[in-house]
Structures are given as structure tokens and as C-alpha cells.
Write a protein that binds this ligand. Structure first.
Ligand SMILES: Cc1cc2nc3c(=O)[nH]c(=O)nc-3n(C[C@H](O)[C@H](O)[C@H](O)COP(=O)(O)O)c2cc1C
Length: 163
């Protein structure tokens, strides 16, 4: 049931005015399957302890896999990785087919191309309405030369223009 006075489409559009980066979050589930989704809800939380968060909609196919609550890896994308972002936002059979991968903490599938990559153990999960909020403790991270992040703003991809 709708609990608000305003139009949900207007609300979505208003939220979209807040620009974010774009990430792909991966994990391996209890059946050994590689799981990955595109997520722009990533954000930093705490330096000490090192915590980050993101949120996943409860309708996502991957909700049970991430809900198992062990580990996840966040890959912050560069501005040349729009196709990869769209790829992991689709419900494909095997999103990882033909992608170069390495194995991370707890056998997580890690992408090899990224701007920054955070490997996390899931510390908390909170109910967030139609999403679940996942808070991860960063175990290790890797950075690359890529310093041009992919941006998502008002439903479109964008690039950073430093001023
Ligand atoms: C740029 C972009 C950002 C997205 N951010 C999120 C997000 O933060 N949380 C979320 O649940 N879905 C987000 N999505 C949608 C998911 O990637 C999409 O629903 C995906 O199909 C989920 O995969 P699954 O159903 O295989 O779990 C985003 C999609 C795009 C294109």
C-alpha cells in the first residue's frame, strides 16, 4: 500500500538528481555460483573500523545469495565501463561468462578491471523498506591508475569534469 502523499515516479526522479558512482558487487553463494549486480547505492561509512554500505532491492534474483551474509566485493567502475555496468544490471544466465576473473577472499569472483576494489566481510544487514542495506567491513582493497569514474545521474551515465 502506498504510504506517501507524493508520486513515486517524482520521488524516483528527485532521488536520481543525486549523482553517484557506479559499482559492480560480486559474491559466491553457498552453491558455489558466481553472483554479481550493478549498484549505485554504494557509499563509505566509517574509517575506523573500515566500513562501507550498499543496498540491494528485495526483488533482485541475487537477494538470497547476498543475504547469506558472508562476503562481497565492490568494484568501482571507470567511465569506460558502461557496457559492463549494463551487463550486470541485466538478469543473464551467467553474467561472468568470458570475463577475466581472479579469486578473492572466500573464493569470491573478482573482476580484473576497475578503479577501486574493496573486499568485504558482511558485518550488518538492515531492513531498508523494499531494499536490504548491507554494511561490509573492508578486509583489503586495490586501486588502479583509472581515475575517471563512471557517474550515474538522472538516469544517465556521465563523466566527472573537475573544476
Ligand atoms: C547504474 C545502475 C545502478 C543500479 N544500482 C542498484 C542498486 O544500488 N541496488 C539495486 O538493488 N539495484 C540496482 N540496480 C539494478 C540492478 O543492477 C538490477 O536490478 C540487476 O538485474 C539485479 O541483478 P539480479 O536480479 O540478477 O540480482 C542498478 C542498475 C543500474 C543500471
Amino acid at each position: 500500500m502506498m504510504q506517501t502523499q507524493f508520486d513515486p515516479t517524482d520521488f524516483r526522479r528527485a532521488l536520481g538528481k543525486f549523482p553517484t558512482g557506479v559499482t559492480i558487487v560480486t559474491t559466491k553463494n553457498a552453491r558455489g555460483e558466481k553472483i554479481g549486480v550493478t549498484a549505485s547505492s554504494f557509499n563509505s561509512v566509517s574509517l575506523d573500523p573500515p566500513l562501507v554500505l550498499w543496498s540491494l532491492k528485495k526483488e533482485a534474483r541475487s537477494i538470497d545469495s547476498f543475504g547469506e551474509g558472508k562476503h562481497f566485493a565492490v568494484h568501482v567502475l571507470g567511465d569506460h565501463q558502461q557496457d559492463l555496468s549494463n551487463h550486470f544490471a541485466r538478469q543473464g544466465a551467467d553474467k561472468f561468462a568470458n570475463l577475466p576473473l581472479v579469486e578473492g577472499v572466500a573464493e569470491m569472483p573478482l573482476l580484473t578491471e576497475f578503479s577501486v576494489r574493496f573486499q568485504c566481510v558482511c558485518q550488518h544487514q538492515y531492513d531498508g523498506g523494499d531494499h536490504v542495506i548491507l554494511v561490509g567491513r573492508v578486509l583489503q582493497f586495490d586501486t588502479t591508475e583509472c581515475n575517471q569514474p563512471l557517474i550515474f545521474h538522472s538516469g544517465n551515465y556521465a563523466k566527472v569534469a573537475h573544476v
